[in-house]
Design a protein around this ligand. Sequence first.
Ligand SMILES: [Zn+2]
Length: 273
Amino acid sequence: METSTFELTPALDAEIERAAAALLEARSVVALTGAGLSVESGIPPFRGPGGLWTKHGEPPLDGYQRFLRDPAAAWRERLHPSEGWARALHETLGRARPNAGHRALAALEATGVLEALITQNVDDLHRKAGSKHLLEIHGNFSLLRCLDCHSRYEPAAIPVDEANLPPRCPGCGGVIKGDTVQFGEPIPPDVLRDCYAAVERCDCMLVIGTTATVYPAAEFPLEVLRRRGQVIEVNPYPSELTPAVTLSLAGPGGTLLPRLLHHVERRNAGDPG
Ligand SMILES: [Zn+2]
């Protein structure tokens, strides 16, 4: 959806004000974001019309098992991709920039309103926007990860010798892999543990640009609702979650989240109107 053509109606703005009040009254606010927020930064979805995989072919469904069987071969493919989808993905992600929605979430964290941000996106845009307590359940395409100790590394920190693949973890000697979680790969246990801890504290969850139908993200808002917490959805389109949420804000995150931040800041400043 083009954020520039979206019109913020007075009725929707009143709903956003209610959401701002809910955030400020909550003990612990956690955000959960998905592909919808990335689409607004020009990253096409994977599936559907114009999707990266639709156009360039799908990655193998046993990608992680292939990696484990032959990490050196997987690394050669990573360094010299032969698959169209892999090249297209890296070019698209490398070009993408955070949008106003990413920046508003980072600002909500900086003002102390948002405690943690769980994302299904691998595009690094939350980190680029300045988010700190970031839980990337599907990893981050721009980082590397040790399969043994789960340390993350910037690629520049790991020397890659093509005659001696795969590279090894400087900390523990374990095999280094791209941080992006592949098909067949479990969610990194450290991230999953931190997600469950954040969700357990959370009494108000912002769900943005995701239909939240994929495990484990699908569980998080449902768990908050089960404990009588509030769930506020920000999505241009209705999702399976919409009928269950406390408040549904229908529109793109790039437009609605800056407005939410505006109302939070105004209330924080003690301005009633
Ligand atoms: Zn390690």
